[in-house]
Design a protein around this ligand. Structure first.
Ligand SMILES: Cc1cc2nc3c(=O)[nH]c(=O)nc-3n(C[C@H](O)[C@H](O)[C@H](O)COP(=O)(O)OP(=O)(O)OC[C@H]3O[C@@H](n4cnc5c(N)ncnc54)[C@H](O)[C@@H]3O)c2cc1C
Length: 474
């Protein structure tokens, strides 16, 4: 039994604690904030998340899928709202069985904290990491010295654990880049009858070039809204100074949302303005002592809905490698770093690309045509083609391979779309020819199956994904 200390009882820290405790370790978490179950959770940052295959797989592996499922709402596609109120629906997956799960971040966090405590993890709230002596196995949290055998930094994007590793002079480096857009949360309540005011099964987007509004459903008929605006400029946060300014902004850009959001103007000024950025760290582990997980290792922008999913996948592979290496921590940490860091970098880059896609392109006619073509070929040739979005969201294919697959797919879709104006004109024989020529060799080379991860499916933890999921293509 090892004495394990985790800094941060966010989504990933609390989940990792459950997984380690269930393996019989002595696990304690030190959390900077007070217990969110006892007070207002997030001070205007309720944030709804999309949980997909990677988080579902991790939850299944640690036996916490059932309590999580209870607090989620299935979402089957994107609903785009044009300026004139016209709606366009894009299904996410091949059919309705492929869906994402919308969940409130604070509710999910509280559920994970409950599960950790049920498993016997000790959580010390209002204890903030101040310093870390990795080699000496000691950390200071709010003046209290704590000793450990292993230490996990799950303390989010601004991780002090990461800073402590950087200060060790091992040559480790970090890159931190903020995008030029910020966000604010707003709220769309349920109707007087307790019903959803807009389509329940969709993530709603109002794409408007350099800014957008998004909505994700909650359990009670309401939606959590997020507005993303540039920090400054014509549509920037800095131009919106009064209630009248924000009312006019919504009237001009998101008119069909207004009738359902009675208090958006006052909420806009009451709620905090959040920053969005990417953090990449050159080394996620230190000897057999310290490992970074979740946003502490790889904060990413939220536009692929994968930050938390990737963090849960970190924990899944950490646990896998610990078992594979019979609890040789140094070897397990090394393999975790080698496997998961390139994947963290890949999803960070894809999330930035998706920012551009959601902001600028989802209203673009050619882009929508390519999406329709992709949906058609994905359904026509399910054994041979799976979109990058589908790979990231519905399979456990490593992010880095999904990223490379996406580049091949861009070429195929460009060629199929450049001489037609409607998906009805698509030449499926030509599509098959291109897929066989360009894409099939890639999936054969990497031994990938395109089947989706099925919710609750038990994945053997001791082996790598590729070995588990490989299905030789004939
Ligand atoms: C607008 C938005 C939408 C998002 N949508 C999605 C989505 O759809 N899907 C998805 O998968 N992800 C999404 N994400 C990302 C997701 O929220 C994060 O990836 C996830 O919260 C990371 O969890 P974490 O536990 O690593 O970090 P955090 O949730 O940040 O938790 C870190 C914890 O560490 C604590 N802490 C910090 N410093 C210290 C310290 N010095 N000492 C002790 N404790 C400390 C904090 O108080 C906190 O409790 C979104 C993020 C945003 C901002």
């Amino acid at each position: 039994m090892e004495k394990i200390v985790i800094s941060g009882a966010g989504l990933v820290g609390a989940f990792l604690a459950v997984a380690l405790k269930k393996e019989g370790h002595d696990v304690e978490i030190y959390e900077k904030r007070s217990d969110m179950r006892k007070g207002p959770a997030d001070g205007g940052r309720s944030i709804n998340l999309i949980a997909t295959s990677r988080a579902l797989n991790a939850f299944t592996s640690a036996g916490v899928l059932a309590p999580v499922k209870k607090i989620t709402v299935p979402v089957t596609g994107r609903m785009m709202h044009s300026l004139t109120g016209e709606l366009t629906y894009q299904p996410y997956g091949r059919d309705e069985s492929e869906c994402n799960y919308s969940v409130s971040r604070s509710l999910l966090n509280m559920t994970m904290i409950d599960e950790a405590q049920k498993a016997g993890v000790k959580i010390h709230f209002e204890h903030s990491l101040e310093s870390l002596d990795a080699d000496g196995g000691k950390a200071i949290f709010s003046g209290k010295e704590v000793s450990f055998d292993r230490f996990f930094g799950a303390d989010g994007a601004g991780s002090l654990t990461r800073k402590a590793l950087l200060a060790l002079n091992t040559g480790a480096t970090e890159e931190v880049d903020f995008i030029d857009s910020d966000y604010k949360e707003l709220f769309m309540p349920a109707t007087a009858k307790g019903e959803y005011p807009i389509e329940k099964k969709a993530l709603h987007i109002w794409p408007r070039g350099d800014h957008m509004l998004m909505a994700l459903p909650n359990l009670d008929g309401s939606f959590t809204m997020t507005v993303y605006l540039p920090k400054s400029g014509e549509n920037g946060f800095d131009r919106i100074k009064t209630l009248e300014d924000i009312k006019q902004f919504f009237e001009k850009h998101y008119p069909d949302s207004r009738e359902h959001m009675p208090d958006f103007a006052s909420e806009f000024f009451a709620n905090p303005q959040g920053r969005l950025g990417t953090v990449k760290m050159s080394n996620w582990v230190y000897k057999d002592k310290v490992a970074l997980v979740g946003d502490a290792a790889h904060a990413i922008v939220p536009f692929f809905g994968q930050g938390m999913n990737c963090g849960m996948e970190d924990c899944f592979y950490l646990m896998s490698f610990l078992k594979k290496h019979s609890w040789n921590w140094e070897e397990a940490f090394r393999e975790y770093d080698q496997r998961q860091r390139p994947n963290g970098n890949a999803i960070a880059d894809m999330a930035l690309e998706n920012f551009i896609e959601m902001r600028d392109k989802v209203g673009d006619v050619r882009f929508l045509l390519k999406k329709k073509i992709e949906h058609k070929i994905e359904n026509a040739f399910p054994e041979l083609y799976r979109s990058r979005y589908g790979m990231v969201t519905y399979t456990l294919i490593p992010y880095s391979l999904a990223q490379r697959a996406g580049l091949i797919q861009d070429r195929i879709l460009e060629e199929l779309s450049n001489s037609i104006d409607s998906v009805d004109q698509l030449d499926l024989d030509r599509a098959l020819e291109l897929i066989n020529k360009e894409f099939v060799p890639f999936i054969k080379e990497h031994n990938l199956t395109l089947d989706r991860y099925k919710e609750g499916q038990k994945v053997e933890q001791s082996v790598l994904h590729n070995e588990l999921f490989s299905k030789k293509m004939k």
